[in-house]
Ligand binder design. Structure first.
Ligand SMILES: [Zn+2]
Length: 397
């Protein structure tokens, strides 16, 4: 029998024992080996998602028999917290996990994605930068943001699935564009909300193990959950001014409003807050606004008013179809262009596309739509540098 030699390209081992292996055959085809390699490829992505959500629903219902109301949040009542649950401002309705479950099981269709998109790892980024802001998209909402002397990462996920389970759930369709071992030291991680594609526990344990100098910032109500998982984090409410932001080595770290929701089971809907993050190197023009996961809303006007126009805006453009179902919680590329203009951002980088198949659009639709908006002359500098490609932005003319 003819044997085919394969070359091991990367191994990422998480603290809970899960292993992500990437291998390349001499022909160049790419496979990801999981603890369940055969089961991994037996389902299409949408089938995987349906199975996961259904399983999650069953687990949540079972959990709900013991914990009927979800975790209790200790926070002052505010315009976005009623003492029990958080909500958007203004209130825009919601799509809870039950709605998502029904849609995933009965209605999801759309353009199928290729099983795998080869994405060679990008060059190892500099350990530190000395000027400007360097942005490296890694995949989905995972972005390395390097200010002079300060490294931050947004919503890191290196796991092969956005799921609580090792063997089922939405699989990634491309590798993270940087290897874990190539990352520079991280001073901070900011997380937008608790959905599985944004708050990935194995990755957090790998990047910020107990005793690590890496600080994790989360929206209000998420630190207690992470503490139960052995992960130390600081949670912040939406900032009402610089005094309600955190400070880290000359960087101001502010949670800012987003139009979204939070849930990891059927019993915890909106028991924790969601947010974007406004990062500003104190005393400089270097600022980065990370929008997180958000629909289009008036919060973009408020963020500009409160913090000023950011030098760089990181804006989501994916997971937007079908529009009637997704518009509350996810912008489409046209809305992201409007948000870019509303913010008055100097530069923009699109995110939240091309990695996990969570909606009905095709894998290339978000960037194609963004390009169409650009050719209509509505975009100044809202460009995708490419997965794994770092781009340095100057914030002073
Ligand atoms: Zn989300």
């Amino acid at each position: 029998m003819k044997r085919v030699r394969v070359e091991l390209r990367a191994v990422s081992r998480f603290a809970d024992g899960r292993v992500l292996r990437s291998v390349v055959s001499p022909g160049g085809d790419k496979r990801v080996c999981s603890p369940f390699p055969h089961r991994l490829r037996r389902f299409r992505a949408d089938e995987q998602l349906r199975v996961t959500v259904a399983a999650l629903g069953v687990l949540a219902v079972l959990a709900g028999a013991c914990v009927p109301t979800g975790p209790v949040v200790h926070a002052p009542v505010s315009d976005h917290f009623d003492g029990a649950r958080f909500h958007n401002v203004p209130e825009v309705g919601s799509r809870g996990l039950g709605d998502v479950l029904a849609w995933q099981l009965f209605a999801k269709s759309g353009v199928p994605w290729p099983d795998w998109i080869s994405t060679p790892p990008g060059e190892k980024p500099p350990v530190r930068v000395t000027e400007g802001v360097r942005i490296t998209p890694i995949g989905h909402a995972t972005i390395l943001v390097q200010f002079a002397g300060i490294n931050v990462m947004t919503d890191p996920i290196w796991s092969e699935r956005a799921s609580p389970f090792a063997g089922v759930g939405p699989p990634r369709h491309r590798d993270p564009a940087l290897r874990l071992e190539d990352l520079p030291p991280l001073d901070a991680i900011v997380i937008s909300h608790n959905h599985y594609d944004h708050m990935d526990l194995p990755t957090l344990r790998a990047l910020a193990p107990p005793g690590s100098p890496t600080k994790i910032f989360v929206p209000l109500g998420n630190a207690a959950f992470l503490a139960e998982q052995g992960i130390e984090a600081t949670d912040l409410d939406w900032a009402t001014g610089p005094e309600s932001c955190a400070s880290l080595g000359g960087l101001s770290v502010c949670a800012v409003p987003a139009q979204h929701h939070a849930t990891r089971s059927l019993t915890d809907e909106n028991r924790s807050l969601w947010s974007g993050w406004y990062l500003q190197r104190v005393g400089s023009a270097e600022s980065v606004y990370f929008a997180g996961d958000t629909g289009f809303g008036p919060h973009f006007y408020g963020i500009r008013e409160q913090f000023g126009s950011p030098c760089v805006a990181l804006l989501p453009i994916g997971a937007y179809l079908p529009r009637p179902f997704m518009r509350i919680h996810h912008m489409d590329p046209k809305e992201a262009v409007v948000a870019f203009d509303v913010l008055g951002a100097k530069h923009g980088v699109p995110m939240h596309f091309g990695t996990f198949d969570l909606s009905d659009e095709g894998v290339d639709d978000p960037t194609r739509e963004l390009e169409a908006s650009r050719t209509k002359g509505r975009v100044r500098d809202f460009l995708f540098p490419g997965f794994g490609h770092g781009r340095t932005f100057r914030c002073v003319d």
